[in-house]
Structures are given as structure tokens and as C-alpha cells.
Design a protein around this ligand. Structure first.
Ligand code: EPZ
Length: 421
């Protein structure tokens, strides 16, 4: 595996970059195939290592999975075999593996899923997942690093209020409730576009869901689901990342398939710092207002529709060359500033205290050898490398393959000097 990215900075970009399907939508849609023997076909599925990992997990659970890279179509068909063990060797590679828990309990009445453990950005507990699934009638025990779930007869609908929004817990609970007996009312749910996309697909499968995208979702359990084809929503985090790429290099580029509707808070923030965004039917155009400098601003990451935590590291790269002092408060994860020491190696002036980062803009970043620590941190270093003087070499870039389809090819096609080796 080529573990390094080399960038020659300060090249302007031009042309168009296609935006792929959303990783975080795929990782909830794919486990939905476990809910019934009916086939699920997903279009616009990006070629990512996280998708490959989920494919491996689903195959181990008896699902026949076939990905056609050429037209980005994923065919999923679960057999009637009662397989419900999600092995640690697979789960440890990707925390989103926990999203098979709800569907397995709904379909087979039992599940044994390795505890996903933490990751670089935080402890990532699953207490909300377990709380909600217990309310629906599952009983859990933790044995040898696995969460074992059992359902007496069939999950039973009820009213569940989440203490705070959790994307994964919302997705797991929805996928369990759609086959539960009776009505389930979910309060204080996550409102992310990926949750809306999951519900859209489940409704096409025959599920009865109302309220997705708002704080309250009502689900009427059904007995069986039908064969469905669904097209994965555009990846708003990839879109935001390439908006920053255009802004940080002072370029004028088109992002085909981009849609500002899924990123309103982020778009208002980049406009505030001096980036022009023009939405047309087929693409989103990004350019800096008459090549002016980037203004400073303050960012608070929040659940949707607030500023997405998955774009915090990318925005910090941009603000590191802004005029003035900016502040970023990371409210969602407890350790999501690991890109900071690497940006400082490139000349950024950033101070961290707890969940707050103070970024004093500098005139220039300078290329340096740096290392990636997690998915979004690694792409933040790519963005910094695009604007830095000289050469930047990023090590341990396997992280980036998890969430960005062909990022080298997409940037190279727009004039960036970037290669993998
Ligand atoms: C999803 O993770 C995304 N992953 C993350 O994207 C994203 O950052 C996150 O939502 C927030 O938007 C996928 O969709 C596969 P949460 P998830 O449950 O579901 C705490 C990326 O870069 N929490 O909304 O795990 C949790 O620790 C990834 O693409 C509990 O305490 O996020 C976090 O602090 C990174 N107990 C906060 O809630 C629980 O039971 C929000 O987590 C669940 C979560």
C-alpha cells in the first residue's frame, strides 16, 4: 500500500471535480440489507475502504455482496441463514460495524457484535444504541469484548427519547424499529441528511416512517420488505472538503453534483470568510471574492443542521491562513484536534485549550513532512499542503482512503501537483 502523499504547493486549481456518494450514508444503508431476504441495490456507491470493510462484514453475516466499480452499483442479498456474529477482526477496522446490531436483532432476534472500541478521535461509546434497543425489548450482556443481544419474541414498538443526538444510535434504532411490532416514537433524533437518506431507502423497501430530518420520528412496524433500488445521497463532507480546496488555493472550480442544501451552516461560514459560492443545476462553483484574503471567524461544531464536526479540520486549515484570530470549539468529539500539531509543523499558529482551538492566521504555510492520524485530519493536511510553500509529504495516508474516492485523481485533474507513493 502506498503510504505517502507528496504535494508541491501553491498551484491554482481549475476545472471540475465530481462529488461522490456519501460514505456515511452507505455505512447505514448497507446494513439495512440484513433486514430481509429481499435484494437491495445501491447506486452511486463510492469506491472506499470503509465500503469494502462493510462488504466483508456483511458477507460474514450471510449476505451476497457484489460491487460493480465501473457503474458504482452495489448489489446486496441476504440469505435466510441465521448468521449473527460480527467478528472483532472486522469490527476493529471500522466502528460503523456496530450498525449491524439493530438489523440483526430485528431480523434474527439475536446478535453478537464485537464492541467497536474507541478510535483516534474519541472513546465513541455505544450506550445510546444499547439504551434504545433495550427499550424495544432487546437484552444485552457484554462478554469477552462482544455485545450479545437477544430478543424474547419480537421487538416491540415504544417511545424513546435520546438524551442527545447520535447519528449511529438513531440509525440503529430506526433499523430495529421498522420490523418491531406496533408503533415507535423517537424523540431528539439525529437530523443528518444521511439519516434522511436511510429513511428514504427504508420507505422504498416498504417501511412506514414519518418525520425524518426533524427531531421526532414515528415508525409503524411492518412484517416484510421488498426488493429495492436506491441511489446514495451526495457526500456533503467531500463537497465541503473540495469547497475548502478551491478557497485555500484561491481558485475558481466547479464541483459537479454539489448541492448547498445539505451544508447550509457550513456554506454561510465560508461565505462569511470571503468565499463566493454559486449553485447551478449541475454544479456548485467556488471562488474567492476578487482574490481577497480569508477573513477570520468563530466555529462551533454541532449536530445537523449546525456546523459539521467532519469539516472542522478542513476549516481549520483554511483559517490558519486567514487575516486575524479565529476560534474553533469542537463540541462533538473529545479528541478531534490531532491535525493541529501537524499544521503547526507547517507554520500554523494554533493554541489548544480543552475543546477550543485559537487559530492566529499566518501569511504563509510552509511544506514539511507530516503524518495523518485519522480520516478528516489527513485531508486537512492535504488542503494545507496545496497552499503551503514548497513540498509537503504526508505519511500514514491509508486513513484518507476510508472516506475520499480517488482524491489524488480528482485534485490532479484540476492542476494540483500531488502524487501517492
Ligand atoms: C457518525 O458517527 C459519523 N460516522 C461520523 O463521521 C460523524 O463525525 C458523527 O456521526 C457525528 O456527525 C458515520 O456515520 C459512519 P454520533 P457516530 O453517535 O454515529 C457520543 C467521519 O469522519 N455518543 O453522532 O459514531 C459520541 O462519542 C466520521 O466520517 C455517545 O456518547 O457519531 C460523540 O461524542 C467520524 N454514546 C457524539 O455522541 C453513544 O451511544 C456524537 O456521536 C453514541 C454516541
Amino acid at each position: 500500500m502506498k503510504e505517502k502523499i507528496f504535494i508541491e504547493g501553491r498551484k491554482k486549481l481549475s476545472g471540475a471535480i465530481p462529488i461522490s456518494g456519501a460514505k456515511n450514508s452507505c455505512l447505514t444503508l448497507m446494513p439495512a440489507s440484513l433486514l430481509s431476504e429481499s435484494a437491495l441495490t445501491l447506486n452511486n456507491v463510492p469506491n472506499l475502504t470503509d465500503v469494502e470493510t462493510m462488504n466483508t462484514l456483511l458477507r460474514s453475516l450471510g449476505c451476497v455482496v457484489h460491487y460493480q466499480k465501473a457503474d458504482k452499483t452495489l448489489n446486496l442479498k441476504t440469505s435466510d441463514e441465521c448468521l449473527f456474529l460480527a467478528d472483532y477482526d472486522i469490527v476493529k477496522k471500522m466502528r460503523a460495524s456496530i450498525l449491524v446490531l439493530g438489523p440483526l436483532l430485528a431480523r434474527h432476534g439475536q446478535a453478537m457484535v464485537a464492541l467497536p472500541g474507541g478510535c483516534a478521535i474519541g472513546a465513541r461509546p455505544i450506550n445510546l444504541h444499547l439504551m434504545a434497543l433495550e427499550a424495544l425489548g432487546a437484552r444485552f450482556s457484554i462478554e469477552n469484548g462482544y455485545v450479545k443481544g437477544k430478543v424474547g419474541s419480537r421487538l416491540k414498538g415504544c417511545k424513546i427519547e435520546f438524551p442527545f443526538q447520535s447519528v449511529g444510535a438513531t440509525a440503529n434504532t430506526i433499523m430495529a424499529a421498522v420490523l418491531a411490532k406496533g408503533t415507535t416514537e423517537l424523540l431528539n433524533v439525529a437530523r443528518e441528511p444521511e439519516i434522511i437518506d436511510l429513511c428514504k431507502c427504508l420507505k422504498a423497501m416498504g417501511c412506514k416512517i414519518e418525520g425524518e430530518g426533524k427531531s421526532r420520528i414515528i415508525i409503524q412496524g411492518v412484517d416484510n420488505l421488498k426488493t429495492t433500488r436506491h441511489s446514495v445521497v451526495m457526500d456533503r463532507i467531500e463537497l465541503g472538503t473540495f469547497i475548502i480546496a478551491g478557497a485555500i488555493t484561491n481558485s475558481d472550480i466547479k464541483l459537479t453534483g454539489g448541492n448547498t442544501a445539505l451544508l447550509e451552516n457550513f456554506i454561510s461560514k465560508v461565505s462569511e470568510v470571503g468565499i463566493e459560492i454559486h449553485q447551478t443545476k449541475d454544479y456548485l462553483q467556488v471562488k474567492r471574492e476578487n482574490s481577497s484574503s480569508i477573513k477570520c471567524t468563530n466555529i462551533l461544531t454541532e449536530p445537523f443542521p449546525g456546523f459539521p464536526t467532519d469539516l472542522q479540520a478542513q476549516m481549520m486549515a483554511l483559517l490558519s491562513i486567514a487575516d486575524g484570530v479565529s476560534k474553533i470549539e469542537e463540541q462533538i468529539f473529545e479528541n478531534r484536534f490531532m491535525h493541529v500539531p501537524e499544521l503547526i509543523r507547517m507554520g500554523a499558529n494554533i493554541e489548544i485549550s480543552g475543546r477550543e482551538a485559537i487559530i492566529s492566521g499566518v501569511d504563509r504555510l510552509k511544506g514539511a513532512p507530516v503524518k495523518a492520524t485519522d480520516l478528516r485530519a489527513s485531508v486537512s493536511l492535504v488542503l494545507a499542503g496545496l497552499v503551503a510553500e514548497g513540498q509537503t509529504e504526508i505519511d500514514k495516508v491509508h486513513h484518507i482512503d476510508r472516506g475520499y474516492e480517488d482524491i489524488i485523481g480528482k485534485l490532479t485533474s484540476c492542476g494540483a501537483v500531488i502524487r501517492r507513493y
